[in-house]
Design a protein around this ligand. Structure first.
Ligand code: PLP
Length: 398
């Protein structure tokens, strides 16, 4: 049978409707444990001789449905769900690395991923280097005998710098290294790293996968044998397990991923065009901008340009904050990928722990704000931005 298109696979699940009273939607098994028919059955399940659920930290049918869906969407062998994106990041890295190993990391990775690597370095002597992954030669130069993993985020937050996944994967394969990609910013609708040859994909499902700002969740997809090991070690024994209700909300959110992503991308394009014409807005960073350094690469490895735009508001931190405070439709909050447009100030929020000098080097100035363009009418989003800019600079004159 022909593999159904992603839009269809997002909606239809794997569970058997007949055995679930014909329920249209996936059932919610809000239970911590599962009753055995007999002591012998419990013994057989724990011995791995019989399939079946035992305890929801080890597996739950609703969570399993979400895991299957994530694996299917990323076109990987097996998915594991986590209590947060960081649960997924830490579980995969802990599985792949041990004391003495080294990992290469694309510069600008998510702050808590950096925090985890620092902790792993301090406590377990796992070494890492942050680097601009601009060429195969640059990466090759940083590879040591102890290097085991290349960890990539693309596009990078909030500077939208893209990393050429094909190039990274080619270099990694040559050196027998595993490639892990944090695909949060794109979702499988815009980018599918496993299809390009990456080994593991990680998501903060809190963002576009959920899409409704009501869940903290994570997922990882990779080779079945390895994901099974993760499930039984850095998942089960460390314990960042996703709850069944959160999995249920994610399955609900996923049904509309395609239509949501299309609208996020369309709205972002409209807002970008408007921002470009505004005299008080500078250095707009958006992969859909033909002048953006990563524009051609985005066209190659992404299906569209995403819903995020970073830009500078003239006048530094005070002006940026006045602008944010004047917004009414757009909400000031970290996170992204929700129906609501969200704006944040990286220098004092998501990247406040990054030393100022490095922040500047990355292009995160005090004037920079990051907008996650939501699903509202683009006219309303723009009117909101415009009225707040007007107020911001009217106040300046008095
Ligand atoms: C939010 C985010 C994370 C962490 O996910 P949580 O669900 O907040 O734990 C990791 N990577 C990226 C790119 C993110 O945006």
């Amino acid at each position: 049978m022909k593999k159904r298109e992603l839009e269809t696979r997002l909606i239809h699940g794997f569970f058997d409707r007949k055995s679930q009273h014909g329920s249209l939607t996936h059932p919610l098994y809000q239970t911590s444990t599962f009753v055995f028919d007999s002591a012998e059955q419990g013994e057989a399940r724990f011995a791995g001789e019989e399939d079946g659920y035992m305890y929801s930290r080890l597996g739950n049918p609703t969570t399993a449905e979400f895991e299957k869906k994530m694996a299917d969407l990323e076109e990987g062998e097996e998915g594991v769900a986590f209590a947060s994106g960081m649960g997924a990041v830490s579980a995969v890295l802990m599985h792949l690395l041990k004391t003495g190993d080294h990992v290469l990391v694309s510069e600008g990775v998510y702050g808590c991923t950096f925090g985890f690597l620092e902790m792993a370095n301090e406590k377990f002597q796992i070494d890492f280097d942050l680097m601009q992954m601009d060429s195969g030669e640059a990466i090759q130069h940083m590879i040591r005998p102890e290097t085991k993993v290349i960890y990539v985020e693309t596009p990078i937050n909030p500077t939208m710098k893209l990393v050429d996944l094909e190039m990274v994967i080619r270099t990694a394969k040559k050196n027998n290294l595993k490639v892990v990609v944090d695909n949060t910013f794109c979702s499988p609708y815009l980018q599918q790293p496993l299809k390009m040859g990456a080994d593991y994909v990680i998501h903060s499902a809190t963002k576009y996968i959920s899409g409704h700002g009501d869940v903290i969740a994570g997922a990882a997809v990779g080779p079945a044998e390895e994901m099974q090991k993760i499930r039984m070690t850095t998942q089960k024994d460390v314990g960042a397990v996703l709850g069944p209700f959160d999995a249920w909300l994610l399955l609900r959110g996923l049904k509309t991923l395609a239509v949501r992503m299309d609208r996020h991308c369309d709205n972002a394009k409209i807002i970008f065009e408007k921002l470009k014409k505004h005299s008080r807005i500078h250095n707009i960073i958006y992969p859909g901008d033909p002048d953006f350094s990563g524009h051609l690469l985005a066209g190659r490895q992404m299906n569209n340009y995403g819903g995020l735009i970073s830009f500078e508001v003239e006048g530094g931190k005070k002006a940026a904050q006045r602008f944010m405070n004047g917004l009414k439709v757009v909400q000031t909050a970290v996170s992204l990928g929700d129906a609501e447009s969200l704006i944040q100030h990286p220098a004092t929020m998501t990247h406040s722990v990054v030393p100022e000098e490095q922040r500047k080097k990355m292009g995160i100035t005090d004037s920079l704000v990051r907008l996650s363009v939501g699903l509202e009418s683009p006219e309303d989003i723009w009117e909101d931005i415009e009225q707040s800019l007007e107020k911001t600079f009217a106040e300046e004159k008095v």
